[in-house]
Design a protein around this ligand. Structure first.
Ligand code: AMP
Ligand code: MG
Length: 344
């Protein structure tokens, strides 16, 4: 830490690859969000990811590869159905949890006997993995607990001076992290919804949804995906997620109460609904008929809530089908316990 963070262009990947080979951390764009990468085979390099992010040691990392051969070299037996998922969805925003071999140092997987792997589709990410010749352990390139970064500026806001370099590849595409599926037992289990939807996975194999996806952790038993127990994606403002079909009256009433007490109130809602809330600061999510637009905007808007110095941010909920499942999962995590129900 206290180092100078170098901003590299996609034409300068040779230099980024050399940093990675020397054991340093480099942030790079993927098709989901920016990742903070280091050599997945080097325990010390991986430990410096946890240090830079302030990430709890028990939250495992995803290993990014550039080919199926590179993946198969790191994992134990792969179920034929997991191979089908690889063929159908890689490269792309799908992470598979598979048995780990001794090649992967325990720190990558937080001591679990599995490892999470994926092949990203972003050309800069793929090229960087290829040039370095290394599998890259890479969580999202934000300070632990903050919204994931979808631009290089977001990464620098959190990690400037804490990492060796960042490759600036512009805005990322999906805006939410990859889908995580546990493929170590049948039926496969969805641990985190993302760009590849549950409906798409179900076209290949029945997939069970882990209760942690809805924020329901089983008391007494450890979560299958350790990252799910942490509050995450949070701006400084208190985020209040409003469930139910008709949130308007409730948000107006609650917002007015807070405003009367001198708090700065914001509302994040589909763009079409924002005029209803004109007495507050509004953060238009994108069209309700375009969930891809909403997922791409989500983390930028949560960061904007900080720029606006909001004290409380009310968020309208969305339908949980398709990409809506991933968006609602992140909003629940950002809200923590602050979830209210708007009665009809
Ligand atoms: P991030 O890279 O910051 O998006 O976080 C990675 C997510 O993948 C975390 O929420 C982890 O809980 C999950 N994950 C990574 N490795 C494993 C694993 N071996 N088993 C289950 N979940 C995992
Ligand atoms: Mg993360």
């Amino acid at each position: 830490m206290g180092m100078k963070t170098i901003v590299l262009q996609p034409e300068e990947l040779d230099q980024a690859a050399a940093f990675l080979q020397a054991g340093a951390c480099v942030a790079f764009p993927t098709e989901t969000v920016y990742g903070l990468g280091a050599n997945a085979l080097d325990a010390q390099a991986v430990a410096s990811i946890f240090a830079a992010k302030g990430r709890p040691q028990d939250n495992p990392l995803i290993v990014h590869c550039c080919s199926e051969a590179q993946v198969l070299d790191l994992v134990g037996e792969v179920h034929p159905t997991a191979r089908e998922l690889m063929q159908k969805f890689w490269p792309g925003p799908l992470t598979l949890v598979l048995p780990r071999t001794a090649k992967i140092p325990p720190v990558v997987s937080a001591g679990l006997d599995t490892v999470a792997v994926r092949i990203p589709s972003h050309p800069v990410a793929l090229r960087l993995i290829e040039l370095s010749g290394l599998p890259l352990a890479a969580p999202s390139a934000n300070l632990s607990g903050r919204p994931s970064p979808t631009t290089a500026a977001h990464v620098l806001a959190d990690l400037d001076g804490r990492i060796r370099a960042i490759v600036d590849g512009g805005e990322t595409g999906w805006g939410v992290e990859s889908t995580v599926v546990d493929c170590t037992a049948l039926p496969f289990r969805l641990l985190r919804p993302g760009g590849v939807t549950l409906e798409e996975l179900q076209t290949v194999t029945p997939v069970e949804v882990d209760p942690g996806v809805y924020g329901q952790l089983q008391p007494g038993s450890p979560p299958r995906s350790p990252g799910m127990k942490y509050r995450h994606y949070s701006p400084n403002a208190k985020v209040v997620l409003v469930l139910g079909d008709r949130p308007e009256e409730r948000i107006l009433a609650e917002g007015q109460k807070h405003a009367a007490q001198g708090r700065r109130v914001g509302v994040m809602a589909p763009t079409e609904h924002c005029p209803r809330y004109s007495e507050f600061a509004t953060l238009p999510m994108g069209s309700v008929s375009n969930l891809q637009e909403i997922s791409a905007n989500l983390y930028r808007l949560l960061r904007e809530a900080d720029a606006l110095e909001l004290d409380v941010l009310f968020v309208e909920s969305l339908p949980e089908t398709g990409l809506g499942m991933a968006i609602m999962n992140r909003l629940r995590r950002a809200a923590g316990d602050n979830i209210i129900w708007a009665e009809n």
